[in-house]
Design a protein around this ligand. Structure first.
Ligand SMILES: C[S@@+](CC[C@H](N)C(=O)[O-])C[C@H]1O[C@@H](n2cnc3c(N)ncnc32)[C@H](O)[C@@H]1O
Length: 241
């Protein structure tokens, strides 16, 4: 167990973290963008943090005026640290609860949710399934409001897909995925060139989060065919080039 200080507009918090959460918090653009969106939308909300980790965004929501915070995390060790962080930092008048469960299956009846299960092309993590299930069951406002997909041509693409940190700025935009309605599971992008680096990022409050080692590194893909297809949430193995 480690301790990392998170400085936010609603306070400074010395959070209990594991190594994974610590790496995420050190990505300043990622953490800054998500902290800002939570600060902007938590006031008065019944708030749910789906995939809460050890709770940075839950703690911020509780201190940014949320009436109630439900923090869902399926990893038992992280859920224990999350509970300790909320016990220490949630104001007394805020109701909160930690739910150790798969966020695709819980009904938390929140009016605002944040889900930071975002990865490159939304391929490997449960973001799309979690958001779609929440929209269908209780129709919350979803943070982030959108996720951007782009690409950069590669002259010498690797034989097999490879992740690498990259700069997402200046990418050729392909799609803006908005989270106010059901997100399609399938995607298809034209690939006239021999290979591309696919990029995924979130822009919020002047911050551009993505392309780091821990948050949406670039995905370099050889593209001998005319399109690349895949299914969000179903992994790299669902990619067809
Ligand atoms: C990228 S971390 C985000 C942690 C924290 N919300 C933050 O922004 O720093 C995603 C977290 O979601 C959890 N997670 C992934 N899939 C999940 C699922 N289907 N249900 C519940 N938790 C899940 C992981 O264990 C991990 O702790």
């Amino acid at each position: 167990m480690l301790v990392r200080t998170l400085r936010t507009p609603v306070g400074s918090f010395r959070l209990l973290v594991d190594a994974y959460q610590d790496d995420l918090l050190r990505d300043r653009e990622r953490t800054g963008a998500f902290v800002r969106m939570v600060c902007d939308h938590a006031d008065g909300a019944e708030f749910a943090d789906l995939g809460a980790g050890t709770g940075p965004l839950s703690v911020v929501a509780a201190n940014a005026g949320a009436r109630r915070v439900v923090a869902v995390e399926r990893n038992p060790r992280r859920a224990r640290l999350l509970e300790r962080n909320l016990r220490r930092y949630a104001p007394r008048d805020v109701r909160w609860e930690v739910v150790r469960a798969d966020a695709r299956r819980v009904e938390v009846n929140a009016d605002v949710i944040v889900c930071e299960m975002i990865d490159t092309l939304l391929l490997e993590e449960d973001f799309v399934d979690v958001v779609n299930a929440a929209l269908e069951r209780y129709g919350p406002r979803v943070l982030p409001p959108e996720v951007r997909i782009g690409r950069r041509p590669l002259e010498d693409p690797p034989r097999t897909p490879r992740y690498a940190p990259t700069d997402v700025r200046g990418a050729e935009p392909l799609e803006v995925i908005r989270t106010e309605g059901r997100i399609p599971k399938e995607f298809e992008y034209e690939t006239p060139g021999p290979g591309y680096e696919f990029l995924t990022w979130v822009e919020y409050g002047g911050l551009v989060a993505g392309g780091s080692e821990v948050f949406c590194p670039g995905l370099r893909v050889r593209t001998p065919g005319e399109v690349v297809r895949g299914r969000r949430g179903e992994g790299l193995e669902s990619l067809r080039v």
